[in-house]
Design a binder for this molecule. Structure first.
Ligand code: SF4
Length: 256
């Protein structure tokens, strides 16, 4: 039974990380409009889905994000994940008015002190504005020391593991679960449900900026969402498998 959905609002993102699973880029676009998204998400909520998370691309580059959050206020738990680049004081005020239930800010480059400092400051700024906030910390195997140091800095500043999601790099450069645990300070931590091995969760599915549906955001096994209803979502996901996101690299290693 689906309980949570994520919706990539756009594949526009001014950060344009080379490893982005969504191949987001500064001049990216979207196929979504608020007028059709709101009734779709309301129908999902009416059928038992309890939470929607908005991502991208960069959800703050989706011009109608504030209308979307406002129109769904009180109808479903609404969170978003942002790179934080547009999160200045005016943006915090606008978000506060739209009342999201939670905002997470991503650290993609833990070796970058300016990025870690900025995200740390912004998380506390959101907290001061009364918005639940946290960090998505990307952990690459080649960068464990920097990730450990960034995580320790966050925890020392009062952002504990209950507010940090430790995300393993996918596709390649993937850390082991033990390495993830060390980065998290050898304490209880939150990560992806597939940390221990590739598998879908029956409680979650991902909907792309191009309206393709999948069991996770990273797999190439996707099917188009033709009908914007909960029933249409179930139809699109029915029988859909999962192609392991590291398969291309595993194949390359096998044939080397
Ligand atoms: S394809 Fe598998 S391992 Fe990769 S993100 Fe999806 S569920 Fe996790």
């Amino acid at each position: 039974m689906l309980e949570r959905i994520s919706i990539e609002l756009t594949n526009a993102c001014q950060k344009g990380c080379s490893f982005c699973y969504n191949q987001s880029r500064p001049d990216g676009g979207t196929t979504w409009q608020v007028g059709s998204l709101v009734p779709f998400i309301q129908d999902c909520a009416a059928n038992g889905i309890r939470a929607v998370s908005f991502g991208g691309g960069e959800p703050l580059q989706f011009a109608a994000i504030f209308d979307l959050l406002r129109d769904l206020n009180g109808k479903i738990f609404r969170s978003l994940t942002t790179n934080g680049l547009l999160l200045d004081e005016a943006m915090v005020d606008r978000l506060h008015a739209a009342r999201p239930d939670k905002i997470h800010i991503s650290i993609h480059f833990p070796q970058s002190s300016p990025e870690v400092e900025r995200v740390q400051r912004q998380v506390h700024q959101l907290e001061a504005a009364g918005i639940r906030s946290g960090v998505n910390l990307l952990v690459a195997r080649s960068n464990l020391q920097a990730a450990s140091e960034a995580a320790a800095r966050l925890r020392d500043s009062g952002i504990g593991n209950d507010r940090i999601v430790y995300l393993p790099m996918r596709g390649q450069d993937t850390p082991t679960p033990d390495e993830m645990g060390e980065v998290a300070g050898s304490k209880k931590f939150q990560s992806m449900s597939c940390l221990m091995g590739c598998a879908s969760s029956p409680r979650f599915c991902s909907i792309g900026w191009d309206r393709s549906v999948a069991w996770c955001s990273y797999t190439r096994a996707r099917q188009t969402l033709d009908e914007l209803t909960y029933a249409g979502l179930l139809k699109a996901i029915d029988g859909l498998g999962l192609i392991y996101c590291g398969e291309e690299n595993a194949e390359r290693a096998r044939s080397a």
